[in-house]
Ligand binder design. Structure first.
Ligand code: KIV
Ligand code: ZN
Length: 421
């Protein structure tokens, strides 16, 4: 175990700036992906070791900084997956979750022993509700356990994250006390989870500001503050962004927003917001924007469901337009109705879906793509037939359109390579 510890210390101090002990001045936000831990522990999302490895490769390609590969103590499968991922993935740091217990922490360290760069992520509830009913522990015991477990984790791995679970429903004085103990014991990242998705952006941001102001050692030691938000009120991404505005420099998230109950903050939505509204947030990150959609696709193939069509950034309708007014605007200038190009996030193109709300401009556009040039009068004629069909049918396919054309037009079809693209 000593050898393991020394190896980590050497590697960590070369590459993990906050560990140099300098106050953090840069504006880099680290992406901590927990698709393989918090995401995986929700219904329909469990993955085999091989599937987790496939996903870990996709996460490496999309540029996340830390992959939480599992909860080593939870099962042999989780242990094996973490260990396998540490041996195959080199760029992101690999983390394992651990409760504040000796056994959990030691098993996490063992699962991580082959990692070039590892992190033990220790959590312990800070709310009275959890302490009293779930853990049957007093506040004093919780503080002792925080110090002891962070010190133990630190003796095994230089990079230790501590999470006061249910931070947003905790007594603020006690939360500050617990965080202070964890920082003094050597935690390098403090993650303050909105475990049940209860907080609002103003409240969540203010919690980060207050904790940072009241514990100067956070900045003095270069400790990173981290957000971890659940989506029970649909506020997970908004809360994560509020945390960033108040000094968080790590965001915890999952691909497609999968996770407990309503899910976790969605990686692709945070990345898109930081990119599109860079004017507002002014932070940098290592996410490869063009890999967002492909990464979402990889996950969709591994678990039992895909994002809903209206899901931001990666849903099937995120770049689709049906209404005539929107289609007309899109054809005139895509900026009319799109705040980012589909290509930015790795989607090949905008789709103008033909349906009963579509107008003549989109119909002409699609007919031209199919190789048919039509006069004004012909378009009018085809349009009436099209609207009548669209009233009866939810999806209009290309063969439906061709079927609507009179013979005279059909015979004038341009050969494939000559049609408008
Ligand atoms: O939501 C939560 O509180 C968690 C912790 C274990 C970090 O997932
Ligand atoms: Zn969580």
């Amino acid at each position: 175990m000593r050898v393991f510890c020394e190896r980590l210390v050497t590697v960590n101090s070369e590459i993990w700036l906050p560990l140099t002990g300098k106050p953090m001045t840069n504006n880099q936000v680290f992406f901590f992906d927990t698709t393989l831990r918090d995401g995986e522990q929700s219904p329909g999302c469990s993955m085999t070791t091989q599937e987790k490895l496939t996903m870990a490769h996709a996460l490496e390609e999309v540029g996340v900084d830390i992959i939480e590969a599992g909860f080593a103590m939870a099962s042999e499968g989780d242990f094996a997956a973490i260990s396998t991922i540490t041996q195959a993935i080199r760029k992101p740091r690999i983390a394992s979750l651990a409760r504040a217990s000796k056994e959990d922490i030691e098993i996490a360290a063992r699962a991580l022993q082959f990692a070039d760069r590892a992190r033990i992520h220790v959590f312990l509830a800070s709310s009275d509700l959890h302490l009293e009913y779930k853990l049957k522990m007093s506040r004093a015991q919780a503080l002792d356990s925080t110090g002891e477990s962070v010190r133990l984790a630190k003796s095994l791995c230089d990079d230790v994250e501590f999470s006061p679970e249910d931070a947003t429903r905790s007594d603020r004085e006690f939360l500050v006390e617990m965080v202070r103990v964890a920082v003094e014991a050597g935690a390098t990242t403090i993650n303050m989870p909105d475990t049940v998705g209860y907080s609002t952006p103003e409240e969540y941001g203010a919690m980060f500001r207050e904790v940072r102001e009241r514990i100067p050692a956070i900045d003095e030691k270069g400790v990173i503050l981290s957000s971890h938000c659940h989506d029970d009120l649909g506020l997970a991404v908004a809360n994560s962004l509020a945390a960033i505005q108040n000094g968080a420099r790590q965001v915890e998230c999952t691909v497609n927003g999968i996770g407990e109950r309503a899910g976790n903050a969605a990686l692709e939505e945070i990345a898109a917001a930081l990119y599109v509204r860079g004017d507002k947030y002014g932070v940098t990150n290592g996410i490869v924007m063009g890999n967002l959609f492909p990464t979402s696709e990889v996950l969709g193939q591994l678990i039992t469901f895909r994002p809903s069509p209206n899901k931001a950034v990666v849903g099937g309708n995120a770049f689709a337009h049906e209404s005539g007014i929107h289609q007309h605007g899109m054809l005139a200038n895509p900026l009319c109705y799109e705040i980012m190009t589909p290509q930015l996030v790795g989607v090949s193109r905008t789709s103008l879906v033909l349906g009963k709300h579509s107008g003549r401009a989109a119909l002409r556009h699609r007919l031209e793509q199919l190789g048919f040039e039509v006069s004004r009068e012909e378009l009018q004629h085809v349009y009436y037939r099209f609207v009548a069909l669209a009233d009866r049918k939810k999806n209009i396919y290309d063969q439906d359109l061709v079927g609507l054309l009179p013979d005279g037009i059909r015979e004038r079809r341009k050969p494939a390579g000559q049609a408008a693209s």
